[in-house]
Design a protein around this ligand. Structure first.
Ligand code: ZN
Length: 314
């Protein structure tokens, strides 16, 4: 038996709400390859994996914390299962957690002979990244994500003004002079934007990586209830959520709407969109996974805010 050629391994990084899952779904729907997709949500519940559309390959959740700083048994077990079956796939794509350092995940491919690092792609929200890079709570985490990536993809360019896009490029350029920055629009062919970006590896695996601990820098909150939200009360409750909550997303039901809804909150902006039917959306429950800075108020305080949004209709 001859050893088969190593298969391409791509890491998609970017801060909470930068658009990683949206990009992955675009890649998968345009792909004719069988992809093994590994999704690392920082939240307690892997909402992103549930939101990945079905495809010819497989989707695996990495739920035991931020993979980049806790490469514990959960991740290694999942990777081992994947490598046992690697012949079934044409490529591996991993979605790093929103607080994670994608390069630390990429290093795994540099030391695993059956994987070939294909590239580290980091998404940045064109409307927010300039402010985020300077933020005292999250700025360092974000700046580190750019440190060793092969390309930065600017998301939400359709929503950003020209001056926001210019400022975003300048902010990223200040961290990584000469890193390729590409503006992503709904028309961008995503395969070319994402795959094959790091063939000429710019960096080697660090033998001794400095320690990072995203588990201590950020805090999770999970909100789970039976029942539904009332739309007006939900709007009021979301407005009362503290600024320390950086991201909240999941599946819920809302009065007067037959379909399950995907709830998304990134900083102060939130939305509800109809969910695709599937096991995650079958039941009459609310499941939202949140991530905040380390000083996020207690679960009880946060629960109490969203409890005010629950429907009282029978
Ligand atoms: Zn980490």
């Amino acid at each position: 038996m001859t050893a088969s050629a190593p298969i391409p391994f791509t890491v998609i990084g970017g801060f909470l709400g930068a658009g990683k899952t949206t990009l992955l779904n675009r890649l998968l729907s345009a792909s004719t390859e069988r992809c093994a997709v590994l999704v690392n949500d920082f939240g307690e519940i892997n909402v992103d994996a549930a939101l990945i559309r079905s495809h010819d390959g497989t989707t695996m959740s990495l739920t035991n914390g931020c993979v980049c700083c806790s490469v514990g048994t959960g991740f290694l077990d999942t990777l081992a299962r994947l490598l046992d079956d690697i012949g079934r796939f044409d490529r591996v794509v991993i979605e790093a957690s929103g607080v994670g350092d994608p390069w630390r995940i990429a290093e795994i491919a540099l030391v695993e002979p059956s994987l070939q690092l294909d590239g580290v792609v980091v998404l940045a929200d064109a409307t927010r990244i300039t402010v985020q890079c300077e933020d005292r709570h999250i700025g360092e985490t974000i700046r580190n994500q750019f440190a060793k990536c092969d390309v930065v993809l600017l998301s939400r360019c359709d929503l950003a003004s020209e001056s926001q896009r210019k400022a975003a490029c300048a902010a990223i350029g200040a961290i990584r002079p000469n890193v390729p920055i590409e503006q992503l629009s709904t028309l961008t062919p995503v395969h070319q934007a994402v795959f094959g970006r790091g063939r000429a590896a710019r960096f080697r695996a660090d033998l001794v990586a400095e320690t990072v601990d995203h588990e201590n820098d950020f805090r999770r909150w999970t909100y789970q209830r039976a029942g539904r939200f009332n739309r007006d009360r939900l709007a009021a409750a979301v407005g009362a959520l503290p600024r320390e909550l950086l991201r909240l997303k999941g599946i819920c039901r809302v009065d007067g709407d037959g379909r399950a809804q995907v709830f998304q909150l990134v900083s102060r902006n939130w939305s509800l969109t109809p969910a695709e039917d599937g096991p995650a959306t079958a039941s009459e429950t609310i499941t939202l996974a949140g991530v905040g800075t380390a000083d996020l108020p207690s679960d009880q305080e946060l629960d109490a805010i969203l409890d005010r949004a629950l429907s009282t209709a029978a």
